[in-house]
Design a protein around this ligand. Structure first.
Ligand code: CTP
Ligand code: CA
Length: 223
């Protein structure tokens, strides 16, 4: 409501959020995907809009609907997501919550693949562009604050710290998705916020609470 009335600590700030999985076509009826529901990204979009930001919400085919009060850009593939992100720039803050498929089928068929007696299709893969790294490494017009996510299993903090350096983003929200945490596919997250000043361990909380806390931290960093 604050946002709608033009107030809030993020009023006048343009924030880009990526969310959801991407779908990478095999042929006109089949695709490769992942289990991202888009819930964390949607919660973030809502929280940022709630603080008054103008939110551009670039989303793959998620299970949950996009939040109200944001500008929604729907895409299917990683390549389309990169294009939509680049078209949405410049922005003050970019948060990359999407679970982008790392690979696409190198030459998707424009016809439905059929069963034949000659055996099964052999899929070859090509690596998708790394959207977070591409934007983080821009030399001109880079968003002032870039936040990535990292879902990791073992050595969560070490992996996520290395990922932050490799990609060149400012913050990484590291999520422990080890099977014993029961996090994957659930409504809660156990995250660590990694920045150049170190690692903060947040208690396990609902995805909405993670979103509220992260949005508040973003607002504080910009003020
Ligand atoms: N990401 C992205 N584009 C990609 C892959 C990842 O923008 N092609 C972003 C995600 O949105 C997330 C961050 O990068 O914010 C980390 O994603 P993750 O899959 O953990 O990183 P990868 O570099 O793909 O490493 P891994 O081999 O662990 O999957
Ligand atoms: Ca990945």
């Amino acid at each position: 409501l604050e946002g709608a009335l033009g107030g809030g600590p993020l009023a006048g700030k343009r924030v880009l959020v990526t969310s959801g999985p991407t779908h990478e076509p095999i042929d006109p009826v089949r695709y490769i995907a992942n289990r991202s529901s888009g819930a964390q990204g949607a919660a973030l979009g809502a929280a940022l809009a709630g603080l008054g930001a103008e939110v551009v919400f670039v989303t793959g085919p998620a299970d949950v609907p996009p939040p109200a009060g944001v500008q929604v850009v729907k895409v299917q593939t990683a390549q389309q997501m990169l294009q939509a992100v680049q078209a949405a720039l410049p922005c003050d803050v970019a948060v990359f919550a999407a679970a982008v498929a790392d690979w696409r089928v190198a030459s998707a068929s424009d016809r439905k693949l059929k069963k034949t007696k000659d055996g099964m299709p052999k899929l070859e893969f090509a690596e998708n562009p790394d959207i977070l790294a591409t934007v983080s490494q821009m030399t001109e017009g880079r968003p002032g604050l870039i936040v990535g996510f990292a879902a990791e299993t073992n050595d969560v903090i070490a992996h996520a710290t290395a990922k932050r350096k490799r990609k060149g983003c400012d913050w990484i929200v590291a999520n422990d998705v080890s099977p014993e945490t029961g996090i994957m596919g659930g409504s809660e997250n156990a995250v660590h916020l990694i920045s150049d000043t170190g690692v903060e361990d947040w208690p396990r909380m609902g995805k909405d609470a993670v979103a509220q806390k992260l949005a508040a931290r973003i607002a504080a960093a910009l003020s």
